[in-house]
Design a binder for this molecule. Sequence first.
Ligand SMILES: Cc1cc2nc3c(=O)[nH]c(=O)nc-3n(C[C@H](O)[C@H](O)[C@H](O)COP(=O)(O)OP(=O)(O)OC[C@H]3O[C@@H](n4cnc5c(N)ncnc54)[C@H](O)[C@@H]3O)c2cc1C
Length: 447
Amino acid sequence: MTESLTEFRASLTGDVLAPSDREYERARLCFNLLIDRRPAAIARCVDADDVATALAFAQQHDLEIAVRGGGHNPAGHCAVDDGLVIDLSRMRNVGVDPEARIAISEGGATWMDLDAATQAHGLVTPGGVVGSTGVTGLTLGGGIGHLTAQYGLTCDNLIAAELVTPVGEVVRANGDETPELLWGIRGGGGNFGVATRLMFRLHPLERVIGGLLEYAGGGVPGALRAFRDVDAGARKDLSCQAQLKVDEGLTPALTIAPCYTGPDEDPREYRALRSAPGLVSDGVRSQGFLDQQRVFDPGYGIDRHYWKGHFVGELPDELLDMLLERMAALGRPPGAILIESLRGAPKEVDPTSAAIGYRGAAFNVSVMATWIDPALDDEHIAWARETAAAIEPWSVSGGYANYMQADEPLDRVRSAFGAASFDRLRALKTRYDPGNVLHRNQNIPPI
Ligand SMILES: Cc1cc2nc3c(=O)[nH]c(=O)nc-3n(C[C@H](O)[C@H](O)[C@H](O)COP(=O)(O)OP(=O)(O)OC[C@H]3O[C@@H](n4cnc5c(N)ncnc54)[C@H](O)[C@@H]3O)c2cc1C
């Protein structure tokens, strides 16, 4: 292996990290500390040729492959014991054509990279809410964030991509030449090739009215209902998500993160949210979009995570009360239940344009167990599983692939797409990756 690694290093423009290298320990780390894997090598590619070389090297040496963008996937798909990580963290350039309103982002760019580049021209594409998340991983799984109601899912704004397939072929996914592949990568994940470039449609946007509204104590059940009701009646220029938590004394806490992009100085939706019971902190203000993108920024590689959830068609009182009870049952912070609205633009997009099957859902409800002490693993994982099971009666289209752990059964992956789309995705997988070389993902098995 040492000899072949030397040859591999020489054949790559980027670099290769082995366990004895100084940067290896940091480079193998994922966002989720529950995942602790030691790859045989990490190939830090700088272009599509490097990616093709790394794919060939892994297959010649029977090494399992993991593809790493921003390293945020809670399932830890970007890390593999004894295998090869194809790490795109040196491919983070983002080019913007302001006249054509298009951005081209390299396969390892993060939202921080893309937002900074597009905002320099007063433009934006809807992405994730945390700057260090990978643009590619998030987009290939759908993409829900602060601008979902206004501009749709992130994958709805993906107009083309360049992929390197496991045989080393560079293929383009676009609406003219390869519409089926473009459809498949809008939600179907990293199943078909390693994406080296993504092209996005951009929208003009500079300032938003956004930030965080915090509620605590006995008012939280009422505030949670207000969130649901305000969202139901909101205009398309407001995206909204909410996080339920508890504090050390098991008092319930709710954070609402609205993002308004319309013309009003004092939108009626905000008046309703501010008059909801239990408001203890009002951080909503007019701010630049880059500031809005920082309202949730957490640290990287600090906590252990186990996430599980369901798309739901509605949020009846019974479900909200059950969520409040389950937060109390957690017994200690941190940990949260995230509720993301899918109202607005995602419903206006042609449903046949993307492989995802949850466009019709009203909300994505995700149980997010987060802790630090490894001795608490079983307890927190059980809490997340039991809470997700309690949400299941309201489930309409499976779970969100971007938040799934690696232990999800195939049926859950299938229901996230719907049976017909899943069969189409399997046909596409058979065409581009018949040997299932790229299987460390929410896997679509070839036929
Ligand atoms: C703190 C945090 C915040 C998040 N916020 C949001 C949010 O606001 N909205 C949302 O929708 N999701 C969010 N997510 C979920 C996130 O979208 C997914 O976990 C996504 O998979 C992360 O992509 P990544 O590139 O960072 O992860 P990685 O772990 O590097 O990659 C995950 C998988 O994506 C695929 N992949 C990544 N890059 C490539 C590539 N270049 N080519 C082919 N396949 C690739 C591979 O299968 C890889 O295993 C968040 C996750 C975290 C941890």
